[in-house]
Ligand binder design. Structure first.
Ligand SMILES: [Fe+2]
Length: 229
């Protein structure tokens, strides 16, 4: 269950319109490394985390990313709301205006609409969390690029704060990755029920092949996973 709190996670109060910046910033709404992709990524992946620790972390961070979507959306709205038609045309936002007027719409900074192919769910916690760590680093890098493109302190403040949250999320995901990695090494059987593909491309049940031998199963994981080498 989600409860809406009528307050932004970090205050946004942009006094100066800047369509050029709005055009760049939209990528953190609907781009491949943006907040919408992050929220959907974690809120989908959470169901197949192997224990409550993983489910809780992905729920928490996925929920926070929704709050970041709201922050970015507010910033874009404030940067655009007082623009004249001339300014919209000069900023190259006339195509956006034709479809959406000044309404929000998730695209990247080139105008490419959001797509769910920006994230994956594999059902494998190590694979999914690896993607999550990379996503946080990429989001941090994009925030740094965006900060380079403006000198407005009302824009830089929230961007610096969002950048910092990406660093915190990366650290939390890294801890979770290391926790699951350790569980596999120690022979925990949390992953025993997962079906695996054999060499003939038929699904086989791990339990059948490894007769409930947690060590064998985990050795198989270790052999196939460069993180353990
Ligand atoms: Fe994040």
């Amino acid at each position: 269950m989600f409860k809406y709190c009528k307050k932004l996670q970090y205050p946004i109060n942009i006094k100066k319109k800047d369509l050029r910046m709005a055009k760049y910033l939209v990528t953190q709404y609907g781009g491949s490394n943006g907040e919408l992709a992050a929220a959907l990524r974690y809120l989908n992946q959470r169901f197949t985390m192997p224990d409550d620790i993983g489910k809780a972390l992905l729920t928490d961070i996925g929920t926070e990313e929704l709050a970041h979507v709201e922050m970015i959306s507010t910033m874009i709205y404030q940067l655009m709301k007082d623009a004249t038609m001339n300014e919209i045309e000069e900023a190259g936002l006339d195509a956006h205006y034709a479809e959406h007027a000044k309404a929000l719409y998730p695209t990247d900074s080139n105008g490419v609409p959001f797509t769910v192919t920006y994230f994956a769910t594999t059902g494998d916690p190590l694979a999914d969390i690896s993607e999550d760590m990379a996503a946080e680093q990429k989001a941090r890098a994009v925030y740094e690029n965006l900060i380079d493109l403006t000198d407005d302190p009302d824009v830089i403040g929230p961007l610096l704060w969002l950048r910092q949250r990406e660093i915190v999320h990366y650290s939390r995901f890294k801890e979770l990755f290391e926790y699951y990695e350790k569980k596999l090494k120690n022979g925990a059987n949390d992953f025993l029920e997962k079906p695996m593909m054999n060499n003939n491309n038929n699904y086989v049940n791990f339990l059948d092949n490894f007769t409930n031998d947690a060590f064998s199963m985990n050795k198989m994981h270790l052999d196939n996973n460069e993180f353990f080498m």
